[in-house]
Write a protein of this length. Sequence first.
Length: 548
Amino acid sequence: MTLDDLLQIPVFHEAKMVAGHKGSSNTVTSVNMMDAPDIIDFLKPEELLLTTAFAVKDQPEALETLVSLMAGNGCAGLGIKTKRFLSEIPINVLKLADRLSFPIIELPLDQALGEMLGQSLSFVLEKKTEELRFALEMHQSFSRMAMNGKGLTEIIDSLATLLECPVLLLDRKPEPLSYSVHFGHPPYQMIIPTILRFYLEHPDLDPVVRQFCLLDPTPMRPIEIIAYPINTDRHQGSLLVLNPLLKSIPLPRLVVEQVANIIGFEMMKRQAVKERSRRYKNEFFSDLIEGRVASDQEIINRGKNYGLLNSSPYICVVAKEDQTTDHFPYRIEHRSAEDIYAKRDYLYAQLKYEFTKLGLPFVMFTKNDLIVLLFSSQRTESSEEALLKRISTAQEQLYQRLSIPVSFGVGTPVEQLIDIPLTYSQAFDALQSGFLANMRMFVQSYRAKETVDLLRLINNEDLIEFWRDSFKELLKKEDKEKEDLMKTLRVYLDNQCQIAETAKQLYIHRNTVIYRLDKCEQLTNRHLRDPSDSLRLRIAFVIDSLLQ
């Protein structure tokens, strides 16, 4: 309810707004009456104050201060009964009120303030009751639409018709989920890219109700937008109302808030269906790479449901966020499994967006905290190089847009679906190799093809025996010390036994590298400069990756 609405009731018929006319549309949610010297400490935003000005009758400057403080506090206005303690309102106060667009109402002498307060509060309560009744009716109306199977399109169209203005629903990527018919015609046809660009350039916007203005590119004119967040257990998107005509229907904000809640439940339902479908999809992938699929034909039949064709070669790419960042739109202090998977799902959506832009045919899965992409491929060197370049492009675009550093491991192409576990294992090994070398934002191709293929032919028990005999006492050290020693030894061997390069990649002093390598020699009883011992340890590290 606005101040103009309140001044229409009979008790205010002889009242006169003498300053701050631009604030006549201020919202009024409460009316108060007092003459205490510290009035401002008791006033709330959107409150109209009625007073005789007794507390400031001998202090004109105090009235100026009161007006300034009330305007700063967001109060609706100030009603002063003149000709009693204050003969007239000082001209300085009126000028200040005009500058601040803060309404001052001159109240008639013969009207009791108590009666004005009583009628005002009754009117406000009646309006609030109407608001609650109207909100309930709108909630019931749109809830019936959802329960009767009406989709988001029907809900958005009905809301746009009710508000008499364009309505747009965005998901959190952001991408348009639904929009009213207004966007099929000028001038709103061209505004959607501008809105999406605004959200992409401000990914850290808090999910709260906010109002902003954008320029319509053709022609250049301002378009006012009010964005209402769609929140469930997480931020789902935003409901945007363009050029809202706030007086076209009563209580438009309540209407949009109710519809936003209903859309939130509808999106939760969609999300549940989507997550269930994705869970089945990921379970198939886990069964495939872990050898739990009964037959080749079962792989082919189940793979068809997710776009995998047995006649097409595939190359596996495994992606994971670098461990040194926390740039996601929510901070994770205690990394529970739920938090980790929520973070992974966010990365899943962003990677899907980036690779879709590149026009590459692919199928995505998740495995624990990894994102897995299977790309259709041809067994040519040029096509693999082109894929690596496109992966690097998506990696760079993601970092520029959201400051999320992600690394990739790339396997080799395989001809049949049954061989996907092989290219996945290669991609995973390539990713692990990069992380062990303390690399960041890398695209690592699988390189140890021949060695690993040979080692896979050896009995698993023999591999474990060779692995244990190679590392000896090093395997018995405490976890942290063993991890540091193993990482230093592996990076040292990967860098052709160069101490300076090892220290550079591990970000430690060269003396620390020398100390750790000496300790490794003592624990393994191997001489790192001896070619046969060096080769044995290299093979042991490859076996270590296979065993994991």
